[in-house]
Design a protein. Structure first.
Length: 267
């Protein structure tokens, strides 16, 4: 069976479009509003979803997403509730690719076999384990394969060639490219960084046919356009979503943001 990622990326390529994948934390600011936030993304026409499980030490995330994580944990929202929320999202849209960002301790606490089985049943297509190095992925690789779940991996501009070889040999779904070093956020970018990124994208594409999506620091249509010029097949944006979702007129501001990002993906 063709995966939802393969199908969606093929459709985008045929239409000469780039992918726009927004991110939010499952259960933030509460379950009802989290579901409404995700449904709005789908209704706006986003390409795919990246949904995060709140964790107490989210080392890859900047202050906005960290705060959302901590608020979600403080509310008592659990991994099991996150999986249930994804089931509701999957029932709402059977076709949209859904990836999750999670930390390994959460998988261990849930039980790795149970987690991947539950993830498949919930309708998850891809799992990115933020703190599990590719060298240690043999612990979960068979479980992901048995449950038809793609393992998503991070590559950065400083990833060594031999490590890039290993990552691209094990990755599925898409490659998550760190558009800059550090944590997620909405900082300004530099032309020098973007030219270095173009070289990284070229190196990845020599090794795999998987789409390359850039994340970290993608907060507006200009950032997205720079990523497309660097050769990326799409972008992921999370901190901006969390920032706008916390505002009083969140729904209008988010819709305008999604429309601007989708407009950039078609230009």
């Amino acid at each position: 069976m063709t995966s939802r990622y393969k199908k969606r990326f093929a459709e985008l390529k045929q239409s000469n479009l780039k992918a726009f994948m927004p991110f939010t934390v499952l259960g933030w600011p509460d379950k009802e509003r989290s579901l409404a936030l995700i449904k709005q993304m789908i209704e706006a026409g986003v390409s795919a979803l990246e949904l995060g499980f709140a964790f107490s030490d989210p080392v890859a995330d900047g202050p906005l997403i960290q705060r959302a994580d901590f608020e979600t944990l403080a509310s008592g929202f659990t991994v099991s509730q996150g999986l249930e929320l994804i089931r509701e999202v999957r029932a709402y849209d059977p076709e949209i690719p859904i990836g999750v960002l999670i930390y390994y301790n959460l998988i261990l606490a849930h039980g790795p076999e149970t987690f991947f089985k539950d993830a498949a049943e919930a309708g998850i297509d891809g799992v990115l384990i933020a703190d599990l190095p590719v060298d240690s992925v043999s612990e979960v690789e068979p479980l992901a394969r048995e449950n038809d779940i793609d393992l998503i991996f991070l590559i950065s501009p400083v990833t060594a060639p031999e490590r890039m070889d290993l990552i691209t040999s094990k990755a599925a779904g898409f490659i998550y490219l760190l558009s800059r070093l550090g944590v997620t956020g909405t900082h300004e970018r530099s032309n020098k960084a973007d030219s270095e990124l173009a070289n990284t994208v070229a190196q990845i594409k020599k090794r795999t046919a998987l789409p390359v999506l850039a994340g970290f620091g993608i907060s507006n249509a200009g950032n997205a356009t720079a990523m497309y010029k660097a050769g990326c097949d799409g972008v992921i944006s999370g901190s901006k979503v969390i920032e706008l979702a916390a505002k009083p007129d969140a729904e209008d501001q988010l819709l305008a943001f999604y429309k601007s990002m989708l407009s950039a993906s078609s230009s």
